[in-house]
Design a protein around this ligand. Sequence first.
Ligand code: ATP
Ligand code: MG
Length: 453
Amino acid sequence: MTAPAETRVLVVDDEEVARESLKAWLEESGYATDVAADAKRALEMLEARRYAVALIDIRMKGMDGIELTRRIKSIDPTIDVIVITAYASAETAVLALKLGACDYLTKPFDAEDLCRRIEDCVDRRAGRDGGAPVPDDLPGDSWSTILTASPAMHAVLELAKDVAASDITVLIEGEIGTGKELVARTIHRMSKRRFMLFVPITCGGLDDDLLESEFFGHERKAFPGAALRKKGSFELADGGTLFLDDIAAMSSRMQIELLKVLKQKAFLRVGGTRPLEVNFRLVAATARDIDDLVRRDAFRRDLFNRTSGIRLRLPPLRERGEDVVLLAHQFLDRCAGAANRRFDGFSQGALDVIRRYPWPGNVGELKSAVERAVAVERGTTVSVESLCLGFPAPPAAGSAARRPSGLLEAERRHVLGVLEAEQWDIDRAAAALEVSREELGALIAKHGLKRSS
Ligand SMILES: Nc1ncnc2c1ncn2[C@@H]1O[C@H](COP(=O)(O)OP(=O)(O)OP(=O)(O)O)[C@@H](O)[C@H]1O
Ligand SMILES: [Mg+2]
């Protein structure tokens, strides 16, 4: 059995013999291992360095393993804790599981058992982070989770592949639902940082205080309600990848705060006095026209320069040709499999609708539409009705096109005018029209609106 070299394990046991033999077993199996003789030392070590797994003996003098597990999980819920217990204290092990430990070992156990449990934890972690770690000898494989036959997408993915292994910052641009997060996760999985965490944080929708606490974490009692110390995203992403979604939504104050951390590669927890060094790779995403925001001074140019080492522009689904059909089939297969049902495919009418609908919410919207269709479809072929896209049925062959009524024409002009004013930014146009993205999609489809250039 070979362990990923970057999987670092912390062994906490107050008995020296136990500690050292565990360390020897683990190192023989390829795990980088540190030891701590008590809980206090373990907490100091966890602060200084990132561990994938903590192996904790329950019975220890001073703070016991249960309390230590509780503390570790409240500071950093992403560390996998495995507790070690004597047979007589199996009940205590159950308590540790309730507190967030991922497994427990009952003494006596052997090296193989121990390493298998750790491997299971690491595999589960990889699943949580968005997929199993990919071994070094399969460099291209993870990209295949991004389904596309579009030359425009292939060009973007080629660029992403070229830069994945480096530490260059990446700015992923694309309309809502175009796969920005999927690409960001794949870049992480294909980088040398893949055994550390991918930490996503959405900058939109959080006020500054909340975002600050998410970014920086806080010390115990830093403010009323902060009973325990909490690690923030910068700290959690140490060694791994920080994914800042909707980066352009950050206020100017938070833009300055972020810039400081990127420059200094260190930060203070809220209420903290000791700077903590961090080393993460930054990948950011935005659905907004960031060049325009920079021009209008709504997004700092210096931050833009630092976060956009490489820009990846994901084309909207409507510009990816037959991808929409490929993806629809893939989502249908997956949903049907998950629901334990068998489908033959889509009806011809449904495929026509899938091809003609403008998909303002892109791949994300397509995925939801297929999930919904699978849930409501009673037959084995997905029909137009179960797709439920608010899309008018195509006129029967030979029927005269209906003249638009004055009201309809006014609606068409108004919607088109707003879309053009907002350069077909679906979010902004929907906001200006005070409708949801889906409603705007239905309006675009209803009037057959198309971008002029
Ligand atoms: N090319 C693709 N192949 C397979 N699945 C895809 C592809 N693109 C996107 N998806 C899936 O579609 C969904 C939406 O993608 P994702 O969340 O990455 O988009 P996004 O651009 O981050 O969206 P938003 O702007 O709403 O945050 C996800 O479930 C993702 O796995
Ligand atoms: Mg996203």
